[in-house]
Design a protein around this ligand. Sequence first.
Ligand code: FAD
Length: 405
Amino acid sequence: MNEPHVYVTGGGFAGVEAARAAFRRTPGARIHLIDRNPYATMVPALPDVVSGRVRVDAIAHPLEEAVGSATRSDAGHGVEVIADEVERLDLASRRIHTRQSSYDYDYLVIANGSAPAYFGFEAADGTLHTVHSLETARKFRGAVESHLRANPSAPIVIVGAGYTGLEVAACLTTGAANADARPDITVVDVADSILGFLTDGERRRIRSYFDSIDVEIRTGTALESYYGGTAVLSDGTRIADSLVCWAAGMRAQPLPIDGEVERTRDGRLRTTAALQLPQHPEVFAAGDAAALWKGDTTARRAVNFSYYSGRRAGANVAAAIAGRPLRDFRPVDLGWIIPLGEESVGRVFGAFRVGGSMGLRMHYLMCGFRHFAGARAGEFYRTALRLSRRPDPLDLGRTPERKDG
Ligand SMILES: Cc1cc2nc3c(=O)[nH]c(=O)nc-3n(C[C@H](O)[C@H](O)[C@H](O)COP(=O)(O)OP(=O)(O)OC[C@H]3O[C@@H](n4cnc5c(N)ncnc54)[C@H](O)[C@@H]3O)c2cc1C
């Protein structure tokens, strides 16, 4: 009998876990994991690329090692990692078209994650920065370094006062302060208040923290245009010589799919409770790419939901191959923490509130716990223990006083 070919597109939390789970349960199947990068990324640590609190090389890990012992099988079977860009999925012919080749699958797990949502906004000269992948975060860091080298108090505009925008603003402030710079940071958001899901008390706490570090948050304000370094806001303010980081929202990766699929407004794939596409039961979706249902609402984008939905999708592929019944994915919400430089806000295990350095430590512990590799996890455990460490400070061409604890 021919061994079934299982392809997983996307090597993040969901994809790696799907490949591992499918491999563990069906050693006879040929499992292939395709990602545009040869490494897996600890996405929640991306804002730390500008804070310098975590070494950049601890944030990524080779995918071959991330899928672990699965790739070290002697039988010639294992998870094959393919570094390639998926360009199109043809569900009718069960074929994946990539930049370099095409692949035929028997089972497919789509786990391509998210991409920034621009809501039609275009920077006239295409110079918006984002912090959604290691590549974009490093590019932003490089731009910040040259921007602040020229002027240590230069303006930086962050679009979006959601958790990513606020994390980036806080990390920028602490990272720049460590290099003796004080950028003039403005966070703008079209919504009338920040982080609608927080209590008034939590929002006040966040506001007063940003006041204390001199970061202005302007709600009810949009970025109207950005050209030649000048950001024009909807309240008429013009901020010249500025750098702009776009953190206004996320959507599913825009991956063209030939075949009948249902998507939510933000592009996530609708699945059955067992994570199959309703019209294509041999295709599964997991992580940010899927609309994961939590009761009547879709679950927020989060590492835990991605990791466990990936595992469930991989296990269900194995069950389908073996002719066993599939099991539903039931998201369990362990809570959330928003790390903000020297402050944090969060709720874990239901209603238990965390904040301050306790929340920060828990965030870095979780990054270590969920890391793709033990060796790099150690970096996050050390960060959790010694928050004052800055092993990878911004290089502004000066020699700041060392503050690595
Ligand atoms: C800045 C930031 C901070 C966050 N902080 C937290 C946090 O503190 N806690 C939390 O729980 N969640 C956080 N999240 C959300 C969390 O990171 C995501 O929910 C999670 O990474 C989703 O996992 P995933 O496997 O679905 O996708 P990802 O981790 O994004 O992985 C998707 C993979 O698919 C690959 N890929 C995409 N398109 C293609 C293509 N066409 N071809 C080939 N490969 C492709 C990408 O290279 C990537 O490796 C944060 C997100 C961001 C952006």
